[in-house]
Design a protein around this ligand. Structure first.
Ligand code: SER
Length: 581
């Protein structure tokens, strides 16, 4: 049986309810681009809300961590990974949590106790040493020499600067053929961390103070790829059953062996897998130059660059073969992969086509620059980005391979200049429109905010604007959505917008920091492109959006809203054309 199934079965027998993996793109948490841990979607419940499935939960959760993107290519880091987790929301605490973990590892997975060691929190000025956990471990048979006491930086877990947190106990496994040392040295990297049990009893406020949560919770997380490799006795995750056939396929496509270029093969395998999971997520992410879309673009482009290094024929359908294999490996656990297969393959192919057109020329340009200079200046890096579609990270990687540096600050400055220019150009265009026939355009502009809100209400909160274009005659509005709208959906959207128009809602503006705007959940299309202070437009309490304006004063000025056309715009993106009659 698969470890995921064994894990879920075990915790169900211990009174837990299985909850489904949440989408990778958090639904109501603009502070992160992706879920980075199983607990992330559960934050409201750890803070005290009642979970509909009860107070004992378990799952396997899709996660993405991008902090160590540069380390991808080694044997243990992945951008995407699955986390096995179990939670107590005020039900059990340290004793049962540790007992459950111990029982699962030693009785279900049959890991010998002598290969295990643990760390516990040694305490600081405000929080005492975790003697309770240490004594439970001792009673279970972990010898004293295998229990290490560490401080905040190792044995205290927090998801972010604020929110639920607490001390933890981490379980390590001796992954080596050498005899297991009597004394556990957490610095020795042959001891690998396999499971983390966090005892979440505190809430950290933005001023750094810590208070007790309403309940004492447990949050545990075990990296799936890690535990699979451990049990299969491999020192390289890519040699485990999770990756072996994908690596074999890449060997076959590239016609060279894994040993000949391990790093590029790992990067291709890892990045295509992550891209498949991002592209199939319900948020409908497509490659772009912002947020999640930019990550997706970078991953695909980096995979392509490494495919090129392996002399893979870029125009062949190599990426489709790899992605299809990944989909078939995971579809039983994540049905969205199969449901969105066509969209995913299309995204990969289109992005490949786009990048491939300029990749060769860009690489030549890079070589030319690199042979002339000691380092890559900001202008060159921006030129590679703007003309050849090279994400800055790619230029940095190419430079690093030649021991060169990239002036990232200079690049960012050029980028800002460019954005300002295009913003001014866009504003100019808008003003031009206002000078001639401005009244209608202002009305349409306010209508896009209502339409955006109505789409969310009818199609789901993760529906977002992906583009818009306003003339005096109509609005054109793009948004993420995985299906053609039904007549019923269109009618609902129309009648919602019309009801808000009839209600005569006031349109008001408030200036605030970008951070504040995010906190209050204001809609924003390109958040990082906005200055620190932004205007948020409120329409009654149906819409709040970061926007430069201008807008009508009250929705009763708008007239009757009518959708004229609904069609596909690109993969996962639909387009509505609508008018005010
Ligand atoms: N949240 C903890 C972690 O990510 C335990 O799940 O390690």
């Amino acid at each position: 049986m698969n470890i995921k199934d064994l894990y879920i079965d075990f915790f169900i027998k211990k009174g837990h309810k299985q909850i489904p993996s949440a989408p990778l793109v958090p639904e109501n948490d603009p502070s992160v681009l992706f879920n980075t841990a199983g607990m992330q979607p559960l934050i409201p419940y750890l803070m005290g809300e009642i979970h509909p499935s009860g107070d004992r939960l378990c799952d396997y959760q899709k996660c993405i961590r991008l902090t160590d993107l540069e380390e991808i290519g080694d044997t243990t880091h992945h951008t995407f990974f699955e986390m096995l987790g179990n939670w107590s929301l005020g039900s059990y605490f340290k004793k049962e949590s540790i007992q459950y973990s111990f029982e699962f590892l030693t009785s279900v997975l049959n890991i010998p106790v002598k290969r295990l060691a643990v760390t516990v929190f040694k305490g600081n000025d405000t929080i005492p040493m975790d003697e309770e956990s240490a004594s439970v471990w001792s009673l279970l048979g972990i010898p004293k020499e295998r229990i290490a006491y560490l401080g905040m930086e190792h044995n205290f877990w927090k998801a972010g600067e604020t929110g639920p947190c607490g001390s933890d106990t981490e379980i390590f496994y001796w992954r080596s053929d050498e005899p297991v040392p009597t004394v556990f040295d957490p610095e020795d990297d042959r001891w690998v961390e396999i499971w983390n049990n966090v005892f979440m009893e505190y809430d950290r406020k933005s001023d750094g103070s810590i208070s007790f949560l309403p309940k004492k919770n447990v949050d545990t997380g075990m990296g799936y790829e890690r535990i699979v490799s451990v049990l299969e006795g491999v020192n390289d995750n890519y040699k485990s059953s999770l990756w072996k056939d994908i690596i074999n396929l890449i060997e076959e496509i590239a016609n060279i062996t894994y040993q000949e270029n391990e790093i590029s093969m790992r990067i291709i395998a890892d990045h295509i897998r992550t891209a498949v999971f991002i592209a199939s997520d319900p948020a409908g992410i497509v490659p772009s130059n912002t947020d999640q879309g930019y990550i997706l673009r970078r991953l695909i482009r980096r995979a392509i660059r490494h495919a090129k290094k392996l002399n893979i024929e870029i125009e062949s359908n190599w990426e489709e073969k790899i992605a299809s294999k990944i989909i078939s490996k995971y579809e039983n656990y994540y049905p969205e992969l199969n449901e969105k297969k066509e969209i995913v393959l299309n995204i990969l192919k289109e992005e490949k086509k786009k990048f491939n057109r300029t990749l060769e020329k860009g690489l030549k340009e890079f070589e030319k620059m690199a042979s002339k200079k000691n380092d890559i200046d900001g202008y060159t890096a921006f030129h590679l980005y703007d003309t050849y579609g090279f994400p800055i990270e790619l230029t940095q990687e190419l430079a690093k391979e030649r021991n060169m540096k990239v002036d990232e600050k200079g690049f960012q400055e050029k980028m800002k200049e460019h954005q300002e220019k295009s913003r001014t150009a866009a504003a100019g265009k808008f003003k031009g429109g206002l000078a001639g026939n401005g009244e209608m355009e202002i009305k349409y502009h306010t209508t896009t905010h209502l339409l955006n809100a109505a789409l969310k209400a009818v199609l789901g909160q993760d529906t977002h604007q992906r583009g818009s274009n306003i003339t005096a005659e109509r609005i054109r509005f793009d948004f993420n959505c995985d299906h053609k709208l039904t007549e019923e959906e269109k009618e609902k959207i129309e009648s919602l917008v019309n009801s808000w128009i009839q209600e005569g809602l006031d349109v008001t503006k408030e200036e605030m920091t970008k951070q504040k705007a995010l906190e209050i959940g204001a809609e924003a299309m390109f958040i990082e492109k906005y200055p620190d202070l932004v205007n948020v437009y409120f329409i009654g309490n149906v819409s709040k959006e970061i926007c430069g304006g201008p807008h009508v004063k009250n929705t009763n000025e708008l007239g009757k809203f009518k959708i004229k056309k609904e069609e596909a715009s690109s993969a996962g993106i639909r387009r509505i054309k609508a008018v005010l009659e």
